[in-house]
Design a protein around this ligand. Structure first.
Ligand code: IVH
Length: 717
C-alpha cells in the first residue's frame, strides 16, 4: 500500500480477492471489495482532478474502474448513488426539474476602481457602526468565469446539484454535475465543528446532516479550443467563450454530452447547512479543501484594503496566464459574524463585492452602419464591425445608440474604432482613431423610412430617437413578443427569437397575448417542433399566468415603461382597469413619473392596440390587479429574508402564509439555518423552533407575524 491508502493496480493484483483465481462466494466480501474499489477510484479522481497530482497511470486507473464496473454489473443490487460508475451519465432527461433554493443564491455587486472599493468599505463600516478606517480582514479570491451551481450533500453524500437560475429557483442538473470528477460524490472527512452551537447540533443529529456547497463550474481555455476544433470539423456553431461553453455543456439534457466535455469546478461559498459551523470564510475554504472539494489555490487573506489592492494589482497582471478565465477578483469579509450582521440586499450580499479588471480594448474597422428596429419602434444605429476577439469573445457589431452618439464620436462608415465590452459584456465603441482616416469614410444619416416596413419614420420633438410609427411592423412585433417572454417580464422559457419569427411569419400570432390562445397543433406546424418541446412551451405559457401585475405591465413593452415605472404604476393604480381610465394629470402626479413618461403611458393605454390587448389579457386569465408585489413593495421586515414556518397557524393556511411572505419580498423555506431571517412558530411547533433558538434566529408567534402583515398593508379576511 502506498501512502494515503491508495494502491497501484499492480499491488492490488497481489492482494486482490476479486480476480478469477479466487472465486468469490460471499456477497459480503464482494461488497467489501466494491467499497474498497470505490474509495480508491475516488481518491485517484481527487488526486488527478483536484490536486493535479496523479500517482497511477491511466491504464491502472481503467483497470480498477473496469473491475468495479464488472462487480456492479454482476451484483446490481450493490450499486449506490455515490459509486464512481454512476458518474458516466445515465439516460437523457426530457427536461430539467426546477429546484427551489433553500437559501437564495445571490449575485455580487461590482466595483471597478480603488476609489469604488474604498466606498464599498466605507459602506460596510457605516453599516456596522465602526469608526472610519477600522481595519477589516478580507478574503480575496479570483472571480471565475463560469456558471454558479449549488451542490447538496445529505449525510455526506452528493444528492442534488442545481444551477443558480434566478437565484431563488434553479434547475436540477445532478446527473450532469456528477460527470465532473472534481466534484466529490461523498465528503471525505468531517472535521469537528468549531463552536458550541454547532457541536450541539452535530451531536444531536448524530451526523453532519445537510450541507450545500456553492461554486463555479468552468471550462479551461484549452478544453474550449479542443471542443471548438471538434465542432468546427462537424460544421457546428462555435462557442464564443469558456463561460458559454461551460453553460452550454451543463445544460445538456443528455449527461453523456456533458461527460464528453471536460468541465471543472472551484468551490467558494456555503449555502444552507446544518451540523457544521465556521468562524471565518478562510477557515471554511480550508475545511472544504480538506474535505475533498476543489478550492482555488490563489485565494488569500488580506488584513486590510491595501492588501486587497495588492492582490488586485498582482492578478490584473497575471490573470492572462491562467488556464481558465477570470474577469476580476471577489473580496469577502472574512469574519462570518460580521457577514451575518451585514446581511444582503435583495440581490447581493453587503459583505462581498466583485472588483473587476479593466475591460480589454481593441481596434477594428466599421464595415457599415446599419439600423435595427426595436419593440417600441425605436431605430437604433448599429456599427457592423470587422470581427474581433475581445476577452475571448468574437465581437462583430456594437450599438451606437442614437444619432447624437454618432455625432459626438464622429463615427463614419469605414472608420477604425476602439471597441471594448462594457461591464465585460456589451460591445461598445469608445473612440474613433481619426489619424487612421483615409478620406473615403462616409458620414451616417438616419433613414427617412423604416428599413423594414418602409413607413416614414418620426422624430418626436425634443427626443434624440427616431421611431417607426407602424405598430404592425414585423420587426417591432417580433421584438415586442420577445420582450414579453423575457425572464424579467413574463419569464416564458423556450420561446426565443427564432420561434417568434416563425410564429409571426406564419401569421399564427400578431401580438404576445396571442401566445395564450395557441393550440398544440398550431405549434406543431412549426418546423422541427416535437410533441415534447411543444408541451414544454405550453407549460411555460400556462405558468406565466401566475406572474404578478407589475411584471405584466413591464411585459407590455410600452415606451419608457421599464421595470421601475411598471412597479410605480402597479402600486399607484392597483389594476389595469384603473390605469386605462387615468388621465395625464394622474400619471404625472406619481412620484418618479415625469411628463414624457406620463404622455407615453397615457398614449398607449388609450390606444386601440391597448384595448385589444386588455381584452385578450382578461380572456387569457392573467393577473390584472396589484396585490403587494415583492419587487414593487416598499421594504418590509421580510424583504430579502428567508422565513420558515413551523407548527400550524390559526388565521391562515401554511400556503397562504407563504404566499404573503413571497408578496412581501421574503423567501419561504422549510429548513432553519444561520441564514434564516425569521421562524414563524404556530401551534405545536417543534424541532425547528428549538433549532432557531439555538442559533439565535428571531422567532415570531402568530400574533407578531400578523402584526407585521398588518403594518405592511396586508388584510386578512
Ligand atoms: S461568491 C453570495 N466567489 O460571480 C456571493 N462568486 O457576479 C456568492 N463568481 O453568481 C458568490 N467567482 O457565479 C463568489 N470566487 C467567487 C466567484 C464568484 C465567480 C460568480 C458567481 C456569482 C457571480 C456574481
Amino acid at each position: 500500500m502506498l501512502e494515503n491508502g491508495i494502491a497501484t493496480a499492480a499491488q492490488e493484483e497481489e492482494e486482490s480477492f476479486g480476480n478469477a483465481k479466487k472465486p468469490l462466494t460471499a456477497l459480503f466480501s464482494i461488497q467489501q471489495r466494491i467499497e474498497i474499489l470505490r474509495k480508491q477510484i475516488e481518491e485517484h479522481n481527487h488526486r488527478y482532478y483536484v490536486l493535479d497530482n496523479p500517482i497511477i497511470s491511466d491504464a491502472e486507473y481503467d483497470q480498477l474502474f473496469r473491475e468495479l464496473k464488472k462487480l456492479e454489473d454482476e451484483n446490481p443490487e450493490l450499486i449506490t448513488f455515490d459509486s464512481p460508475t454512476q458518474r458516466v451519465g445515465g439516460a437523457p432527461l426530457e427536461s430539467f426539474k426546477k429546484v427551489y433554493h433553500r437559501v437564495p443564491m445571490h449575485s455580487l455587486d461590482n466595483v471597478f476602481s480603488e476609489e469604488e472599493f474604498e466606498e464599498f468599505e466605507k459602506k460596510i463600516l457605516r453599516f456596522l457602526n465602526l469608526p472610519p478606517d477600522s481595519p477589516i480582514e478580507y478574503v480575496c479570491e479570483l472571480k471565475f468565469d463560469g456558471l454558479a451551481v449549488n451542490l447538496t450533500y445529505i449525510d455526506g453524500i452528493f444528492t442534488q446539484g442545481a444551477t443558480r437560475g434566478d437565484g431563488i429557483e434553479g434547475e436540477d442538473i445532478t446527473q450532469n454535475l456528477k460527470t465532473i470528477k472534481a466534484i466529490p460524490l461523498r465528503i471525505s472527512s468531517f472535521l469537528p465543528p468549531e463552536n458550541e452551537t454547532a457541536a450541539e447540533i452535530w451531536s444531536s443529529s448524530g451526523s453532519p446532516g445537510l450541507i450545500e456547497i456553492r461554486g463555479e463550474v468552468f471550462m479551461t481555455k484549452d478544453e474550449l479550443k479542443r471542443l471548438n476544433e471538434e465542432r468546427s470539423q462537424k460544421s457546428e456553431p462555435l462557442f464564443a467563450n469558456t463561460r458559454n461553453a461551460a453553460a452550454g455543456s451543463l445544460r445538456q439534457l443528455d449527461p453523456k454530452i456533458t461527460a464528453s466535455r471536460k468541465l471543472d469546478m472551484f468551490c467558494y461559498a456555503l449555502g444552507y447547512h446544518e451540523g457544521v459551523a465556521f468562524r471565518t470564510h478562510f477557515k471554511f475554504l480550508n475545511w472544504m479543501r480538506e474535505s475533498g472539494f476543489k478550492v482555488n489555490l490563489y485565494s488569500r487573506l488580506a488584513q486590510n484594503r491595501k492588501q486587497v489592492q495588492e492582490y488586485w494589482d498582482e492578478w490584473m497582471e497575471k490573470v492572462k496566464s491562467l488556464p481558465y478565465g477570470a474577469d476580476g477578483i471577489v473580496v469577502k469579509v472574512n469574519d462570518l459574524k460580521l457577514q451575518d450582521q451585514l446581511g444582503a440586499t435583495s440581490h447581493a450580499p453587503r459583505w462581498a463585492t466583485a472588483y473587476k479588471f479593466p475591460a480589454e480594448m481593441r481596434s477594428t474597422r466599421v464595415k457599415v452602419i446599419s439600423v435595427s428596429v426595436g419593440r417600441t419602434g425605436k431605430l437604433t444605429p448599429v456599427a457592423e464591425l470587422e470581427p474581433i476577439g475581445i476577452d475571448g469573445v468574437v465581437v462583430s457589431s456594437a450599438s451606437l445608440h442614437n444619432q447624437d452618439q454618432i455625432e459626438r464620436l464622429d463615427i463614419r462608415t469605414g472608420d477604425q474604432v476602439l471597441v471594448r465590452r462594457a461591464g465585460g459584456v456589451i460591445p461598445e465603441v469608445i473612440a474613433v482613431l481619426k489619424d487612421k482616416r483615409k478620406g473615403n469614410e462616409l458620414i451616417f444619416q438616419m433613414p427617412d423610412i423604416c428599413p423594414l416596413c418602409e413607413t416614414p419614420v418620426i422624430h418626436p420633438e425634443g427626443e434624440v430617437d427616431f421611431y417607426c410609427p407602424n405598430e404592425s411592423c414585423q420587426s417591432r412585433i417580433e421584438r415586442w413578443i420577445w420582450h414579453f417572454c423575457s425572464r424579467e417580464a413574463m419569464n416564458i422559457e423556450h420561446v426565443g427569437p427564432k420561434l417568434i419569427q416563425q410564429l409571426v411569419g406564419k401569421n399564427l400570432i400578431q401580438d404576445p397575448l396571442d401566445l395564450y390562445f395557441l393550440k398544440k397543433e398550431q405549434f406543431l406546424e412549426i418546423e422541427r417542433m416535437g410533441e415534447k418541446s411543444v408541451q414544454n412551451i405550453l407549460d411555460e405559457i400556462e405558468k406565466s399566468k401566475q406572474i404578478g401585475f407589475s411584471k405584466l405591465l413591464y411585459a407590455m413593452g410600452v415606451r419608457h415603461v421599464g421595470k421601475r415605472v411598471a412597479e410605480l404604476l402597479a402600486q399607484h393604480f392597483k389594476s389595469l382597469e384603473m390605469i386605462s381610465k387615468a388621465d395625464l394629470e394622474e400619471f404625472q402626479s406619481i412620484e418618479g413619473i415625469g411628463p414624457e413618461i406620463a404622455e407615453s403611458v397615457r398614449h398607449f393605454f388609450r390606444s386601440k392596440t391597448a384595448a385589444e390587448i386588455f381584452e385578450k389579457i382578461k380572456r387569457a386569465g392573467l393577473k390584472t390587479s396589484f396585490h403587494k408585489e415583492a419587487s414593487g413593495a416598499p421594504d418590509t421586515q421580510f424583504t430579502g429574508k428567508t422565513v420558515v414556518f413551523t407548527g400550524g397557524l390559526e388565521s391562515l393556511t401554511r400556503t397562504q402564509a407563504e404566499e404573503i411572505v413571497k408578496d412581501l419580498g421574503g423567501v419561504p423555506s422549510t429548513s432553519v439555518s444561520r441564514q434564516t431571517g425569521f421562524v414563524v412558530a404556530g401551534k405545536d411547533s417543534g424541532i425547528k423552533q428549538e433549532k432557531a433558538k439555538k442559533i439565535g434566529i428571531p422567532i415570531l408567534n402568530e400574533e407578531e407575524f400578523l402584526k407585521i402583515l398588518k403594518e405592511a398593508g396586508v388584510r386578512i379576511s
